[in-house]
Design a protein around this ligand. Structure first.
Ligand SMILES: Nc1nc2c(ncn2[C@@H]2O[C@H](COP(=O)(O)OP(=O)(O)OP(=O)(O)O)[C@@H](O)[C@H]2O)c(=O)[nH]1
Ligand SMILES: [Mg+2]
Length: 385
């Protein structure tokens, strides 16, 4: 924590980290901010708290506007194994893409804001059911926000992958910059950090530190930072090379990392020079760029492949009494036998003794493994309770 915060400021920050509701969080931050002195040492912290406050206020506004209607026009029932949000610029061909890739039949028209509520469609790839949801545009062709911006971004924040759709016919690079900014304000970062710090708050057990990488601080420093914002029990997990700064950011900014793919829509109308600049920028972000045109059939299958690859999932086929299920269980890359058991049934995870595995994660086919064994795509697993 930056230099010598007063006890009063610390107490307010503690109130913020412990707050459960949006209103409580906003109130605690509004009270904390004026108590934090404005100088070099607190600059970063103040900036983070201000961003968080702005984000929370917007979310509160959004909830108010949703409550006005009788039911939430923005809700979509989650179906299938994974959900991809199609988020982007008006008139960029989102509905055209949705209808090329899925069973949905959205209205398509040569003007902006044809789609005014989320439209889901289903597509299957490699045995995985993917729900693709077109969200109302977050940017007009004049780069203005729309009345849907906040709600569409909030929706995307809860999906598994965001496909950011740009209109290649109309300054795609500028659109992308503006969208990155809007997403950031909406609590979404597209850049995967080398270092990730996760704070899991607990009810008891004090502060524990689990490092999967290199952590540039002592347990004592972590304890005093967490205690100064009122967190007494937590497991802090560190991945990669991180320090107190990253921990502080994780505590104070409510930002999530979302995997994303940038889609250059209406690519047949693109200017070559402009595309090249776009390509360089997307590369900098470390995300893939896919050019999409409804006139180019190959671009449709290519897009499906890229979306699938960037979901970072593995398919696990379970076996019972010698019979392998046809539909896989879909898990995140790196998942263990224990996590598989939990997805199948809550009790299974606790009762699991061992498993037999066939596939790429084992050297001997049919090998017996423990709950902590990491699975690979395509593995066949039989659980023994
Ligand atoms: N040249 C070209 N035109 C396209 C392509 N895809 C869509 N269009 C046209 O672009 C216009 C907008 O397409 P939509 O699919 O409705 O775009 P949208 O992004 O869903 O638009 P909103 O829902 O209004 O935000 C329509 O006139 C489409 O026919 C494409 O790949 N190439
Ligand atoms: Mg549309």
């Amino acid at each position: 924590m930056p230099t010598n915060l007063t006890a009063e400021a610390q107490a307010k920050l503690a109130k913020y980290t412990q707050a459960r509701t949006l209103e409580e969080k906003i109130r605690a931050l509004e009270e904390a901010l004026p108590l934090i002195p404005d100088h070099k040492g607190t600059e970063r912290m103040r900036a983070q708290l201000k961003t968080t406050l702005a984000k929370l206020r917007r979310e509160a506004e959004r909830r108010k506007s949703v409550k006005v209607g009788r039911h939430d026009e923005f809700s979509v029932r989650r179906e299938g194994d994974v959900q991809v949000s199609l988020l982007g610029v008006a008139n960029s061909g989102k509905s055209t893409l949705l209808s090329s890739l899925t069973n949905a039949k959205p209205a398509i028209a040569p003007y902006s804001l044809t789609t005014v509520r989320p439209i889901p469609g289903m597509t299957q790839h490699m045995d995985v059911e993917i729900q693709l949801v077109e969200l109302p545009a977050i940017l007009t062709d004049g780069l203005e926000e729309t009345s849907f911006t906040g709600r569409s971004i909030a929706f995307a924040r809860n999906s598994d992958l965001i496909a950011i759709m740009l209109d290649c016919a109309n300054n795609p690079l500028q659109q992308l910059e503006k969208i990155i900014q809007l997403l950031d304000e909406g609590g979404i970062t597209l850049r995967r950090r080398e270092a990730i710090v996760v704070v899991e708050k607990k009810d008891s057990g004090g502060i524990r530190l689990v490092s999967f990488g290199h952590f540039r601080a002592s347990l004592q420093e972590v304890r005093s930072l967490l205690e100064s914002v009122g967190v007494k029990n937590a497991v802090v997990k560190v991945y990669g090379d991180a320090g107190l700064e990253e921990l502080e950011e994780q505590l104070l900014r409510e930002t999530v990392y979302k995997p994303s793919v940038v889609v250059g829509g209406r690519a047949d109308l693109a200017d070559a020079g402009e595309l090249e600049r776009l390509r360089r920028r997307v590369e900098e972000l470390g995300r893939p760029l896919v050019l999409f045109s409804v006139r180019d059939r190959a671009s449709i299958t290519h897009l499906r492949d890229i979306l699938y690859q960037n979901l970072n999932i593995i398919r696990i086929y379970t076996q019972k009494d010698g019979v392998i299920t046809r539909k896989p269980v879909v898990l995140g890359v790196g998942s263990t036998v224990q996590e598989l058991a939990r997805v199948i049934h809550k009790d299974f995870a606790e009762r699991l003794r061992y498993a037999r595995v066939w596939g790429r994660s084992v050297r001997i086919q049919g090998q017996q493994v423990g709950p902590g064994h990491r699975l690979e795509d395509g593995d066949v697993v039989e659980l023994f309770l």
